[in-house]
Write a protein of this length. Structure first.
Ligand code: FMN
Length: 172
C-alpha cells in the first residue's frame, strides 16, 4: 500500500533544495509563473531541463499553450517574491521588473532576482499523478552569481556562503 500523504510530505520536506520561478506567457501575452522546487538539470547533450507543475496551477494552461518558459534560479533576497509566486495572486508580476526572452517566445526573465536563468522550449510533456512534467530544450541562459535562496522543512533560508558564478565561455 502506498504511504500516506503526510508521510510523503514529511519525506519530501527532508530534502533541502534551491528555489526557482518558472515563468511563461498566457494566450493574451500576460506573464504567468509559480515558485517551484521540482527542477532537474536533466541532460547536457542535448541541453534539457525538467520542471513539474501541479494540475491545479493557474500557470499550467499557459505552459501548455505557450510551450516555452524561463526557469529563474532565485537569489536569497527574492524570498518575498518566492512567497508571492507560491500564492494564487493574479498580480504576481505587477511590481516586478522583467524582460521578455526572445528564445522562449517572450517568457519573463527575472534578472534582478536571479543567480541564473534558462530559456527553454518544451520538447516533451508527461502526465505524472497530480503533476505534469515538462522537458525543455535550453535555448539560452545567463549566470550572474550571488547567494542562493534555499527551501527546507517548509521555510526559506540563504545558502551560508556566496560563491562566484562559474565561468561560461558562451553564455547565450
Ligand atoms: C518552495 C516551494 C516549491 C514549490 N514547488 C512546486 C512545484 O515544483 N510545482 C508546482 O506545481 N507547485 C509548486 N509549489 C506550489 C506553487 O508555487 C503554488 O501552488 C502556486 O500557488 C501556484 O501558482 P499558480 O496557480 O498561479 O500557478 C511550490 C511552492 C513552494 C513554496
Amino acid at each position: 500500500m502506498p504511504v500516506s500523504r503526510e508521510l510523503f510530505r514529511a519525506i519530501s520536506s527532508s530534502f533541502p533544495t534551491g528555489v526557482v520561478i518558472v515563468a511563461t506567457l498566457d494566450e493574451r501575452g500576460e506573464p504567468k509563473g509559480l515558485t517551484s522546487q521540482a527542477y532537474v538539470g536533466l541532460s547536457t547533450e542535448p541541453p534539457l531541463m525538467l520542471v513539474a507543475i501541479d494540475r491545479t496551477s493557474r500557470t499550467l494552461p499557459a505552459m501548455r499553450k505557450h510551450r516555452a518558459f524561463v526557469i529563474n534560479f532565485l537569489k536569497e533576497d527574492a524570498e518575498d517574491v518566492a512567497t508571492l509566486f507560491a500564492s494564487k495572486s493574479e498580480e504576481k508580476f505587477r511590481n516586478l521588473r522583467w524582460e521578455p526572452s526572445p528564445e522562449a517566445g517572450g517568457a519573463p526573465i527575472l534578472r534582478d532576482l536571479s543567480l541564473a536563468y534558462a530559456a527553454c522550449r518544451v520538447t516533451e510533456e508527461y502526465e505524472a499523478g497530480d503533476h505534469i512534467i515538462f522537458v525543455g530544450s535550453v535555448e539560452a541562459g545567463e549566470t550572474f552569481g550571488g547567494t542562493p535562496l534555499m527551501y527546507y522543512k517548509r521555510a526559506y533560508a540563504a545558502w551560508p556562503e556566496e560563491r562566484p558564478a562559474p565561468p561560461v565561455e558562451q553564455a547565450r
